[in-house]
Design a protein around this ligand. Sequence first.
Ligand SMILES: NC(=O)c1ccc[n+]([C@@H]2O[C@H](COP(=O)([O-])OP(=O)(O)OC[C@H]3O[C@@H](n4cnc5c(N)ncnc54)[C@H](OP(=O)(O)O)[C@@H]3O)[C@@H](O)[C@H]2O)c1
Length: 359
Amino acid sequence: MAAIPKGGRVAVTGAAGFIGGWVVRELLDRGYRVRACVRDVNEDSKVGFLKNMGAYASGRLTLHSANLDDAGCFDEIFKGCHGVAHVSHVSDYDDHDYVRRVCDHIINSVNESESVTRVIVTSSIAAVISEADLQELVRRPVCYEDRYPDESNPKRTPARGQGYSMGKVIAQRVFSDAAEVHGGWDAITCCPADNVGPIQSAHQKEKGPWQHNIETMLLGKYYQNGAYRPWMTVDVRDDAFCHVGLLESVAVQNGERYIAWSTDMRKVEDICADIDRLLPELGHATPGVTDPFPERIQAREEELRGYWAHVELRNDRMKSVVPIEFRALDVSIRDCVESLLSVGKVPAVLREGFEDKQA
Ligand SMILES: NC(=O)c1ccc[n+]([C@@H]2O[C@H](COP(=O)([O-])OP(=O)(O)OC[C@H]3O[C@@H](n4cnc5c(N)ncnc54)[C@H](OP(=O)(O)O)[C@@H]3O)[C@@H](O)[C@H]2O)c1
């Protein structure tokens, strides 16, 4: 319906999370007022980094406890907000009745607010590329906003690992349908890729999965990706920039979705080695990649890698509405590693002759 006004008030769900935390910071840096929705404002191990922000001291940033699973929990928080960035995870992506129910909790509070004009719904590239049959990537290799996984495939079920992708597509449609019916706000979906970049709080190192994967590499182990998929990345700070850009854009329309990715792709084994290439001073003992798959999958390694090698990642649509230059993946890996060491206190496994600089 309408872009949010510059300096307006925005509620962010999942604000203590990896992406949500950066959306909060980006909004504050651009002069907005932020209501950070977290599960428990007293859980300082998760929300302490928000309380340490200067805007919390001035009151421009406020924290609010809300559990998405409780109907009405956002009613008071959203009143007076111009926008909502609904970044939070939900508790269960496989139960689609539950997914619809929690979407309705947010939607009802948006309707009740009588002030919100735009909601950004955080989805995922899983809602773009997650195929029950990877052959579909050969048939439709161009990955852009109008590409959906083959929804007619009978194997596209939660039992076959598609619950997350399905739940994200459902959420996107529930929000845009509700916005259409209401007429006073619009719902724009943002599909982030694999987020890499700095954590702002130690608890975020266990989330992810991508920053957690890098933590695991630092700890001396790493496991091959499902279906030998390469990492398809975005810097978490650029992802936040995209979220805020979509809140501000006058060019977007209800029901549209935008992909946040740099279009960089890199293999797991290369990322392990990149840590030492980018930060030779650290002396990281690069682990070999462990392949945990059964023999029948390992026998298909070349074929599976081949599917991914031919996909084409596009970010034209995001770039047409948000003035972004995506960071290079090397920058995201470097900053992720340095934050895991300094903020996360990860005891990296080092080669002989190197020692922990913080000890
Ligand atoms: N990270 C990625 O690479 C990536 C890629 C594509 C899409 N996404 C999407 O981006 C969003 C954020 O991901 P993230 O990586 O930032 O995850 P995250 O670090 O785990 O943060 C998610 C946040 O959601 C909160 N949350 C979960 N269930 C909740 C509930 N029932 N009520 C209130 N809060 C709840 C969590 O709180 P607790 O810690 O208390 O559980 C957490 O603070 C998700 O929607 C995810 O699907 C992420």
